[in-house]
Design a protein around this ligand. Sequence first.
Ligand code: SF4
Ligand code: SF4
Length: 90
Amino acid sequence: MKLVIDDVRCKGCNLCVMVCPYHIFQEGRRPNRRGVFVPELDRPERCTNCRLSQLYKRRLCGVCQTICPDQAIKWVPEAKHEPHKVVIEY
Ligand code: SF4
Ligand code: SF4
């Protein structure tokens, strides 16, 4: 699975930046077409959900999604020929 931010819903509040234990969300540096600084993702393949949610058939962390006031964070399956990136950090 891969982590995506819906840049139409996101309002750039950066709550996700504050809560992720892996610091996957970084404050946005450039405004999008609506003038919103959507956070950037730093190696999202480190996310617990990206790595393990399919194996365990459930969501494992999801703090960012729970705290996001605009339901802008979700996980989607990789496209058919897209590589499945997984990174484990200790
Ligand atoms: S689910 Fe947890 S580890 Fe993954 S991006 Fe959200 S807060 Fe970070
Ligand atoms: S918590 Fe949601 S609305 Fe706020 S910056 Fe993150 S993705 Fe955007």
